[in-house]
Design a protein around this ligand. Sequence first.
Ligand code: CU
Length: 229
Amino acid sequence: MRTINERLTMSYATIFAKPSLRPLYALIFAASSCLITPAWSASLIVSAIDRDSEKMGNVVIYATPVGVSLPPFTSLPAVTISQEDLQFSPYVTAIRTGTAIKFPNYDKIEHHVKSFSPAKEFEIQVYDKEVPPPVVFDKPGIVVIYCLFHGWMRAYVNVLDTPYFATTDTVNGVAKLDGLPEGTYEIRAWHPDMGTVKVPLLQTVKIAATNAPLRFGFDFVAKKRRARK
Ligand SMILES: [Cu+2]
């Protein structure tokens, strides 16, 4: 049984034997090359709503391919969680395992950044304007970041082995996963109020070139982020 490639090559040979048909050959070759190598990757729009059907921001959506190994870990650009107006910004960050996070302080006062989480314990002692060295998050898991001076300051980092993730925005409660190769995925949704206790919501979907939006409905209403005092 001949493959599609072999059959196409044979028909090219037939056409190419006739000089008058050579321009046609070039055209067919260009068109069929696109068909033979469907090098597409898809997007998936995911929305999150709470128990009251209100849009839910700060939900980390991540996709794990089923039966296929994850793409290799490449060097990943560092991301930033700043201290600004006596809050961490952003509140929720999703990163791939191995990513470094910078913690600059843009306030005029000192902070003391600390995590007790098993996925990444670290401490950045009191500092003012000097930007400390980035912290590399080398294990998957959820990391809660505190400031020991300001009890309301809290940030969450969800460290993921998969490179396919996004966080829902606070206006529309929508996230967009990009660059998904064709296949079946387990799509999970996690909100910081679930901590490490509640299991993320899960839906298994088949990803094609175009995909219907996906929706996750949570059974709680997110707590208000603690305001600065
Ligand atoms: Cu602080």
